[in-house]
Design a protein around this ligand. Structure first.
Ligand SMILES: Nc1ncnc2c1ncn2[C@@H]1O[C@H](COP(=O)(O)OP(=O)(O)OP(=O)(O)O)[C@@H](O)[C@H]1O
Length: 336
């Protein structure tokens, strides 16, 4: 048995001929924040719904804290907080009534119920909105209400499907702050989003999915510092004196290409990822008389790195889907 908070092993979900989830495997350790990224239709919601025990896989295993989501859905619903991408709220029900209703549904009574609702409203800053009708909230307030609802039973694992979609920048910052606080409290958070730069900031790891398969699982740095489409690495070089010296030097040196001028030097491309090659290039520059004051790998943003990776996969080049693990026994969903 795995001690991961979330474990998915060779998971498949077919809708007729469509392979929405096509053999994915990953583990997310306790207390970490993992971003789930992919284009529209990549299979994120389907995977999350299976983890939330709202759908059955065609084949494979999904576990939360070592508990199988298909075999023990009731236990899973105690362990997880589920924040769907769309959620319904009720007309003529205030924020307070709404949360109180769900607290009852979770089985809380009397003082304990009032305390839970109060704590959640404080955390999500909903107290000033307690008497507001829940269907008359802004998108940001609605998301805070949805987060509050998912936290009522103090779940260990939070599964959030596109929580930042449609939020203005201020509401996004507020949501990010709440997620950070929850992470500091030790909750495991699995969050999907299209806003890659924000995910990179708040996640310990990123899981990229494409056409139902995992294409990258690692931290955002490893993705941003990857190679370009042809395997080269980009560097920023700054020199004292004439910046033209950098481009002149590149013309007569193999394996190095000058890409564009910068105020104090230029942007160059070294045609291999090997660090020795970078060290050798820098040493040669200095030996040839360039007064180099800065020489560093260019940081690409996550969007560019992701698009680049998808391009390579489409062309059948270097990046490959993460290796598939041997299958575990499949099962048939219960008949009910
Ligand atoms: N109940 C269903 N019946 C048939 N096809 C479905 C069903 N649910 C999802 N799909 C299809 O499965 C694929 C994956 O959908 P999914 O919603 O998981 O993607 P996603 O990555 O969450 O996309 P988005 O970012 O647009 O929400 C899509 O092609 C979708 O149309």
């Amino acid at each position: 048995m795995s001690d991961a908070a979330i474990r998915v092993h060779n998971l498949y979900r077919y809708f007729g001929q469509l392979k929405a989830v096509n053999g994915i495997s990953f583990e997310i350790p306790h207390g970490s924040v993992c971003g789930f990224v992919g284009a529209n239709g990549a299979g994120k919601t389907t995977t999350m719904r299976i983890l939330a025990s709202l759908d059955y896989p065609t084949m494979g295993v999904a576990e939360i804290c070592g508990i199988n989501v298909v075999h023990h859905p009731e236990e899973i619903r105690r362990l997880i907080g589920w924040m769907p991408d769309h959620f319904g709220n009720y007309e003529h029900m205030t924020v307070l009534e709404y949360l109180d209703f769900y607290a009852r549904a979770f089985g809380y009574h009397g003082k304990e119920r009032r305390t839970r609702v109060q704590e959640v409203m404080e955390f999500t800053d909903l107290i000033p909105l307690a008497e507001r009708f829940s269907n008359k909230l802004s998108k940001g307030m609605t998301q805070r209400l949805c987060l509050g609802r998912s936290l009522l039973h103090d779940p260990q694992v939070l599964i959030m499907d596109e929580p930042a979609a449609g939020l203005d920048p201020k509401a996004r910052v507020e949501l990010k702050h709440l997620i950070r606080v929850l992470a500091q409290e030790g909750k495991t958070i699995f969050i999907s989003s299209h806003i890659l730069s924000e995910l990179g900031e708040m996640c310990d790891s990123l899981l990229f999915v494409n056409n139902g398969r995992i294409v990258h699982h690692g931290d955002s740095e490893s993705l941003k510092q990857g190679t370009d489409a042809a395997g080269g690495v980009l560097y920023d070089v700054q020199v004292v004196g004439d910046p033209q010296a950098v481009s002149d030097w590149c013309v007569i040196n193999p394996h190095v290409e000058f890409l564009e001028s910068r105020k104090k030097g230029g942007r160059i491309r070294i045609d291999t990822n090997a660090p020795e090659k970078a060290a050798e290039t820098l040493a040669r520059m200095v030996k040839d008389g360039l007064q180099v004051v800065d020489f560093h790998k260019e940081q690409r943003n996550l969007e560019d790195a992701f698009i680049d990776m998808l391009g390579r996969i489409d062309r059948g080049e270097s990046a490959q889907p993460v290796e598939q693990l041997p299958p575990e026994p499949s099962f048939s969903p219960p008949a009910n």
